[in-house]
Ligand binder design. Structure first.
Ligand SMILES: [Zn+2]
Length: 214
């Protein structure tokens, strides 16, 4: 099963991808993780990507697509994969289609998790991360059992990411609307776009997503 998860930053793609990975036993292929690994391992593409990131610039599409290509030919992707955070624009989507065609593969489903700007702001502005172990909490939706203390490791250093503020979230949402949302039409034409609302609990969303892909 080859899946793409589509949705603005904060729609919960990463969380749903992790659950799909466990349920269907296929890897989650996330651009962020791949970039981090490539930079850490100092691969050719990783070094190139790092130059851009160090200058605060976006990593060009051909580097991102190149990294994804290298990842999806690995043996654990034979049974399928879940793309999370990729493709993020039309150029990447077209290159991905061409790559898969050469491999005689195709995407089975593109699942769009639909959320509006207000939901994103409510969700992201309350988000807290444990600086010791990376566990995530939310002021309203998923508070730690003891206020200010991490459930997982007991650290008292829960912090809010500086980019989780209203202005930054709106900007990221607009970028999504401009660059990534056009992919909906692209995949709808291919007959593989499936949409679900991002409202409700993580379990609600997960069971709807599973209903769409199986
Ligand atoms: Zn922790």
């Amino acid at each position: 099963m080859r899946l793409i998860l589509l949705g603005p930053p904060g729609a919960g793609k990463g969380t749903q991808a992790k659950r799909l990975k466990e349920k269907f036993n296929i890897p989650q292929v996330s651009t962020g993780d791949i970039l981090r690994d490539a930079i850490k391992d100092k691969t050719e593409l990783g070094n190139k990507a790092k130059e851009y990131m160090d200058e605060g610039r976006l990593v060009p599409d051909d580097i991102v697509v190149g990294l994804i290509k290298q990842r999806i030919v690995e043996s654990d992707c034979k049974k399928g994969f879940i793309l999370d955070g990729f493709p993020r624009n039309m150029a990447q989507a077209v290159q991905l289609s061409e790559t898969l065609e050469k491999m005689s593969q195709n995407i089975d489903s593109v699942v769009e998790i639909e959320v509006n700007a207000k939901m994103l702001i409510d969700r992201l502005t309350g988000r807290m991360t444990c600086s010791s172990c990376g566990a995530m909490f939310h002021e309203k939706n998923h508070p730690p059992k003891v206020s200010g203390i991490c459930d997982s490791c007991g650290s008292n250093d829960l912090y809010k990411r500086p980019d989780d503020n209203k202005e930054t979230i709106m900007k990221r949402f607009e970028v999504y609307e401009q660059e990534t949302a056009p992919l909906k039409g692209f995949y709808r034409k291919m007959g593989i776009l499936k949409t679900t609302g991002g409202d409700g609990t993580l379990d609600d969303v997960f069971s709807r997503v599973c209903g769409l892909v199986t």
